[in-house]
Design a protein around this ligand. Structure first.
Ligand code: SF4
Length: 259
């Protein structure tokens, strides 16, 4: 090894040591290496946006991750993410909220203004409606479920996330699902349902019918923001029925959650 190479190698080792010390000081004691590797991989959406964003992962979570993910590990892998352009307008990353052992997991679209400011998903008007449906409708506390979005940074003017943004953030959603391993997933709205089912769906046709995400029962329903925009008794009844069906199925599953 010549002198220049040796100096470069020493510099790399020094940087790696500094990074490990920095992560330790921030309380990170483990990194999910499978997520880090997947997140470093090129985002195929650049070549074929729709197909790449919606393409279902090839294997179930248990086979895809040698070791079960943890929410802390997934969050550490995300870091101060700049993997897509949504990082440019965010106040902060909105990772997820709730019970890491939840039986019910809600997956929405992306943070809005309030979520971006507070760093928590579903805390604006749509979030208040969702919380009310969970607490008053289902009779369980919000902290008993887990709530997150398909993208963790606020899209400008609350637009729908673009397919390459969804593709860039997708490994972290998959990691969250692998960490929580809920008994039932409730997909809120078309973008979340399309991503989790791996195809473009019409939410008005699909809502209220059972599907699967890698063996986990999945119930698509309307996004609370849509219900707020079209606040009809009929829409409220439909979402209410979907949530009741999801809770019933989660409870029927009973016993131990998959580990
Ligand atoms: Fe990273 Fe996801 Fe935010 Fe894009 S939306 S910058 S992939 S955390």
């Amino acid at each position: 090894m010549d002198g220049a190479l040796r100096r470069e190698a020493r510099a790399l080792v020094r940087s790696a040591r500094a990074l490990v010390l920095e992560l330790g000081e921030e309380g990170v004691d483990a990194i999910d290496r499978s997520l880090a590797a997947r997140a470093r991989a090129p985002v195929r959406a650049e070549a074929a946006p729709e197909a790449a964003a919606l393409q279902p992962a090839a294997q179930p979570a248990e086979a895809r991750y040698a070791v079960r993910s943890t929410l802390d590990g997934v969050r550490a892998s995300l870091g101060e993410c700049t993997r897509c352009r949504l990082c440019e307008g965010r106040t902060q990353i909105v990772f997820g909220d709730g019970n890491p052992e939840a039986e019910l997991m809600f997956v929405g679209e992306g943070p809005g203004e309030q979520e971006d400011l507070r760093g928590l998903p579903f805390v604006g008007r749509a979030g208040e409606l969702l919380t009310s449906m969970i607490e008053k409708g289902l009779g369980i506390e919000r902290r008993e479920v887990y709530i997150c979005n398909i993208v963790k940074c606020r899209p400008p003017a609350n637009r729908t996330p673009l397919s390459d943004e969804v593709a860039a953030c997708r490994p972290f959603l998959e990691g969250q699902i692998d960490a929580v391993r809920p008994r039932v997933i409730v997909a809120l709205g078309k973008p979340a349902t399309s991503l989790l089912l791996g195809r473009d769906v019409a939410i008005t046709k699909l809502r209220g019918t059972w599907h699967e995400y890698h063996g986990i029962p999945l119930m698509p329903t309307f996004h609370p923001a849509f219900v707020l925009r079209q606040y009809t008794p009929e829409n409220r009844r439909l979402v209410w029925e979907d949530l009741k069906a999801a809770l019933t199925r989660a409870r029927e599953a009973g016993g131990r959650k998959p580990s």
